[in-house]
Design a protein around this ligand. Structure first.
Ligand code: FMN
Length: 164
């Protein structure tokens, strides 16, 4: 029987949803049974063998529902393969790893997750309406080949049964 994977995400403007969908498609193509849900629709992790969770970064923080989910499901996540990512940087900084907020770093340590992956984001004009200083940065920097490569690495690890 194929392993079941939950890909879940927190987003404000949809960029992180697109990344999660791409990760989900790649894992599905590798033969896994995959559910992709926004965090508000992801009730439990117990039906899944592995969990991929991502959040958009705003002002250096993860969206609160992502932190809450990690906290609420910490014990179950400890017993599963878990991968975490965040999406944020755009333009010339788009390939810079972003600092992991301390609350997330603490939870990631508790669940023994591998290093958190930074993906470039999509800063949309709607998102900067109240932030004129960010207006000149609006662009979609999401790197689809990099996203698919990361998902392939997850698939390889799960297939090898090597991740604990
Ligand atoms: C007000 C505001 C603050 C942001 N702060 C950060 C930040 O601290 N670090 C970062 O890497 N990106 C930051 N971003 C960029 C967003 O994280 C990026 O646009 C992301 O892809 C949005 O994801 P979403 O569409 O899933 O909500 C910020 C964007 C806005 C509008």
């Amino acid at each position: 029987m194929s392993e079941k994977v939950l890909v879940t995400y927190a987003t404000k403007m949809g960029a992180t949803a697109g990344i999660a969908a791409a990760v989900g498609s790649e894992l599905r193509a590798a033969g896994f049974e995959v559910d992709v849900h926004e965090l508000s629709a992801a009730q439990a992790v117990t039906p899944y063998d592995a969990v991929v969770l991502g959040s958009a970064i705003y002002q250096g923080h993860w969206l609160p529902e992502a932190v809450r989910f990690l906290r609420r499901h910490e014990r179950q996540l400890r017993n599963r393969s878990v991968w975490l990512f965040h999406s944020g940087p755009v333009g010339i900084t788009s390939h810079q790893d972003q600092p992991v907020p301390p609350d997330v770093a603490r939870l990631a340590r508790l669940i023994a997750a591998p290093p958190i992956k930074t993906f470039a984001g999509n800063l949309q004009p709607d998102a900067v309406l109240h932030h004129p200083d960010l207006e000149r940065l609006t662009t979609d920097s999401r790197d689809w080949p990099e996203i698919r490569t990361w998902a392939d690495e997850i698939a390889t690890t799960l297939l090898a049964g090597a991740h604990t």
